[in-house]
Design a binder for this molecule. Structure first.
Ligand code: SAH
Ligand code: SF4
Ligand code: F3S
Length: 478
């Protein structure tokens, strides 16, 4: 295609931060585009974290507003979108593999539109690679301009021009983008976008831009409408929810205030992710302890148990202050379940420092963790640090850590054996079609025999068996 619309990202620009409070604008349709999706089918692949899952629901909302309908498989699709993740090299390699695979589909069906969005296009190295090697891609868009996807589709489908539009600056907070939610009982609610932490290994502050908090009235309005639609559970989303509100210049309203206000709404279950240990205030712990509908489950990434490595990571807390925080949380919220994220093999991490991480895991009694081998991200400070540990050694650390983490998973499940729990019933169990499954308040997966009519409701179960990855239960009363 000739006459490309062209705007490439720049990681250096993405690093810049302004102190200005974000402007809010309303999503509006471009009247020149109508029903471009009529008789057209789409498929969308989502990689990465909940932020991307929430974005995908908006992409679906935009597409379906113009008549696109979901395709059953790729061969049937007129439009393929990949919502990408840039967090680790293997996440990116998977996406490049997929785009390569779609080339054959495009050869058979030249009108097929392929769009790549999400975090990967926010990196200039990725855009260059896409432009050089993956000519089958028609649209490259980023995280800051998702709401303009319909305009880009019109350019490709009507004007037959290729679009590369990735912005390094955040722009306005756009409210009321149409949304098609994947689940009728559980919903994601974005409370803020971006991240200002700049942990030295992490690409997210570059791909998602500066921290921008949505106004409380918009968040509460969205949740109220979910309540009206019968939703049972919401998860408040942000890269670091504890920083919520720090960017407001016109009011003093923080995450603990938001939790109190959300908790007053008639929603049975409230969760949030992710918290950074550095801003986890006493006010927040106290708010959590008070709200009956605030679930006793906290994901609190620690990353490492070595103070030298934590410093190199720019995490702004120590092993000791993290342990103290865990103790305070456990004292004020008895029975709370705590999980974490850990990176092994950060540049220059020694075996002794890795053992400090193992010790920290034992001390903190985590009931689960996402564990990773450090992955070098071009443009981040850690990518320039000397890294001499052999890959085999790093993998060995990961395996040893995972064995320890799995013991914690099992212990966390075993403490519910012979107790009664409340479960939000989600649907058929993935492991056995005769069973239903759902999650407890502490976020434990339970499989049980039950009535499918209960799907979408919260019921009482008695736990009869505890395994590493799940519990088994029996219905108490229907
Ligand atoms: N905002 C969240 C996490 C986002 S990324 C938080 O700070 O908690 C999810 C996890 O991916 C991180 O907690 C970290 O453990 C891991 N991660 C991020 N960058 C990584 C990298 N370059 N290599 C390996 N793991 C990484
Ligand atoms: Fe990445 Fe750190 Fe921000 Fe989390 S807090 S998204 S790990 S920079
Ligand atoms: Fe991946 Fe972007 Fe989320 S890099 S982890 S999809 S914020």
């Amino acid at each position: 295609m000739k006459n490309e619309q062209f705007n490439k990202p720049d990681l250096k620009d993405a690093r810049k931060r302004s102190k200005i409070e974000s402007i809010v604008s309303e999503f509006h349709y471009n009247n020149l585009i109508s029903n471009i999706g009529e008789n057209k089918k789409y498929i969308i692949q989502t990689h990465g974290c909940q932020a991307n899952e929430a974005d995908t629901e908006k992409i679906k909302g935009l597409l379906e507003s113009q008549g696109f309908t979901p395709a059953l498989d790729e061969t049937e699709a007129d439009l393929i979108i990949i919502n990408t993740c840039a967090i680790r090299a293997n996440a990116e390699n998977k996406v490049f593999g997929e785009i390569g695979r779609f080339k054959r589909l495009k050869m058979k069906k030249p009108d097929l539109v392929i769009a790549i969005g999400g975090c990967m296009p926010q990196e200039e190295v990725v855009v260059e690679k896409l432009l050089k090697t993956y000519r089958q891609v028609d649209i490259i868009f980023g995280t800051h301009n998702l709401h303009k996807l319909l305009d880009y589709l019109a350019i490709v489908m009507i004007e037959k021009r290729r679009v590369v539009e990735v912005l390094s600056f955040e722009g306005d907070l756009v409210e009321n983008v149409p949304t098609v939610r994947d689940n009728r009982y559980k919903a994601w609610v974005n409370i803020m976008y971006g991240c200002d932490e700049f942990c030295t290994y992490c690409i997210v502050p570059y791909t998602r831009g500066k921290e921008r908090s949505r106004k409380p009235e918009h968040i509460l309005e969205e949740i109220q409408s979910l309540v009206n639609d019968g939703y049972q559970e919401i998860t408040l989303l942000g890269q670091n929810v504890n920083s919520y509100g720090l960017d407001f210049t016109s009011r003093a309203y923080r995450f603990s205030d938001l939790l109190k206000d959300v908790s007053a709404l008639n929603i049975p279950r409230i969760r949030f992710t992710t918290s950074h240990p550095k801003d986890f205030s006493l006010a927040l712990i106290e708010a959590l302890a008070k709200g009956k509908n605030l679930m006793p489950f906290i994901h609190l990434p620690v990353q490492s148990g070595s103070n030298r490595i934590l410093k190199m990571m720019n995490r702004k807390y120590t092993k000791e202050s993290y342990i103290e925080l865990i103790n305070t949380i456990r004292n004020l919220i008895p029975g709370v379940s705590i999980t974490t994220d850990i990176i092994v093999g950060f540049p220059s991490e020694t075996e002794a420092e890795f053992q400090e991480t193992m010790d920290l895991v034992r001390t903190c009694q985590f009931e689960g963790a996402y564990t990773f081998v450090f992955s070098k991200r071009t443009g981040t400070p850690a990518a320039l640090m000397e890294d001499l540990t052999p890959t085999e050694e790093k993998k060995d650390r990961l395996y040893r850590l995972n064995d320890l983490i799995n013991e914690g998973f099992l212990r966390g499940n075993e403490r519910f054996l012979d107790t009664n729990v409340k479960v939000l019933v989600e649907g058929p169990s993935k492991s056995n079609k005769d069973f239903l499954c759902g999650y407890t308040e502490h976020n434990k997966l339970v499989n049980f025999r039950g009535n499918p009519e209960n799907i979408g409701t919260i019921i009482d179960l008695h736990i009869t068996e505890a395994k590493t990855w799940s519990l088994k239960g029996e219905v108490l009363h229907e």
